[in-house]
Design a protein around this ligand. Structure first.
Ligand code: IPM
Ligand code: MG
Length: 356
């Protein structure tokens, strides 16, 4: 199995380094060999090569069976020409690999119930949502786009576009995912206002005809944002477009207590999948061994499960993470009284010990 590793910026390097230790350990335990290569993306690629996504990085990712990414961006590149911002590297690799489906499971570990921002009676009802976000279309990529001037003042726009085939394939991912969960899909749009959303809803309804065993509902995005904090237990799979999915997946992550816990998978038709924590590069704590490595470690387990079909290996990592939380190890983002505060390395070592 070939894995291309893209640590990126900020805490990206340290969380990926730690996650690779977990990958090595699981390989040793189950007799698997993982061949890894490393490439540049984001700010570090701008510094070294002048672009956020060097051609060589794309080529190396295409040759791999899966990609593990840390995070991109930081204040150092905030004032750079927007055409080469670090984020363009991430958007570029998603597009180059055709990773149209971004799967973001937000579940609350019972050990972290106290870290949850919601009222205990709401938490008690459970929180296990999977956001399926369309990743290579919508307003992120739609043309035309413009940043300039008109009628003597600054003026800009983007365009939210969706083709039927883009909607059908992401709807299928959501329906398939729901079949392996509680069998419910909520499609989120803004069909009361946006034309593109009316097309979205019509096609989702049509695609659903092939999935009669799955329950489909629809919600406007503003209401969905509210319902997620009011009663998240009503959701199983949420399927939505690129921008709404970006926003709702951060919200879903935050209500579980910490964005530092959540992994994600970006999948396409045939190219390698890309796995990354959903949090960013956290430049404020970079290089201090404070970051929570669990989202990246859990991204490795998602990789093993989805790209390599290594179920036991993935279970081994996930069980070890849960046990580590049970033993009371906490990084700063999930800190709790009476629990031991540890850094990125020590947290990983606890996970490694629990895998043995
Ligand atoms: C995410 C991030 C990215 C996005 C940024 C960094 C380009 O917020 O993965 O959710 O908007 O997709
Ligand atoms: Mg985001």
């Amino acid at each position: 199995m070939k894995i291309c590793v893209l640590p990126g910026d900020g805490i990206g390097q340290e969380i990926v380094t730690q996650a690779m230790r977990v990958l090595d350990a699981v390989g040793q335990r189950f007799g698997r060999t993982f061949e890894t290569t490393e490439a540049l993306i984001g700010g570090c690629a701008i510094d070294a090569e002048g672009v956020p996504l060097p051609d060589q990085t794309v080529a190396m990712c295409k040759e791999a069976d899966a990609v593990l990414l840390g995070a991109v961006g930081g204040p150092k590149w905030d004032t750079i020409d927007p055409a080469i911002r670090p984020e363009k590297g991430l958007l570029g690799i998603r597009k180059a690999l055709g990773l149209f489906a971004n799967v973001r499971p937000a579940r609350l570990y019972k050990q972290l119930a106290d870290a949850c921002y919601l009222r205990p009676d709401i938490v008690a009802k459970g929180l296990d949502v999977m956001v399926v976000r369309e990743l290579t279309g919508g307003i992120y990529f739609g043309e035309p786009r413009f940043d300039g001037e008109k009628d003597g003042e600054r003026f800009g726009y983007n365009t939210m576009t969706y083709y039927e085939h883009e909607i059908r394939r992401i709807a299928r991912v959501a329906f398939e995912a729901a079949r392996k969960r509680s069998g419910r899909v909520c499609s989120v749009d803004k069909a009361n206002v946006l034309d593109v959303s009316r097309v979205w809803r019509e096609i989702v309804i049509d695609e659903h005809k092939k999935y009669a065993d799955v329950e489909l509902s629809h919600m406007y995005v503003d209401n969905a944002a509210m319902q997620l904090v009011r009663d998240p237990s009503q959701f199983d799979v949420i399927v939505t477009g690129n921008l709404f999915g970006d926003i709702l997946s951060d919200e879903a992550a935050a209500i579980t207590g910490s964005i530092g816990m959540l992994p994600s998978a970006s999948l396409g038709e045939s190219n390698p999948g890309l796995y990354e924590p959903i949090h960013g590069s956290a430049p404020d704590i970079a290089g201090q061994d404070k970051a929570n490595p669990l989202a990246t470690i859990l991204s490795v387990s998602m990789m093993l499960r989805h790209s390599f079909n290594m179920v036991e290996e993935a279970d081994c990592i996930e069980n070890a993470v849960e046990k580590t939380l049970e033993q009371g190890y906490r990084t700063g983002d999930i800190r709790q009284e009476q629990c031991e505060m540890v850094g990125c390395t020590a947290m990983t070592e606890a996970v490694l010990a629990n895998m043995a």
